[in-house]
Design a protein. Sequence first.
Length: 88
Amino acid sequence: MSNITRTRVDLPLKLLEKCLDSPILVKLKDGSEYIGKLERSDISMNLILSEAKQVNENHEMLANYGKILIRGSNILYISVEPDKVQYE
């Protein structure tokens, strides 16, 4: 693997590592969205969120789950910008 390719792969994982214990928003391929504090992530981008809530597109809470596991293969995108994530 070249250095350029390795850097492209490492960047998202390093960003997630920096976001531990921070609020993130995760949108799944099925359209559902979750907001929670990132507790853990792995190389497959499997995530464990604490204080997790399922929200609609207006960030209104639909369900309160507590701690959840989200498989990386189901993720469409992750928002790690705190000012774009409403977390209550």
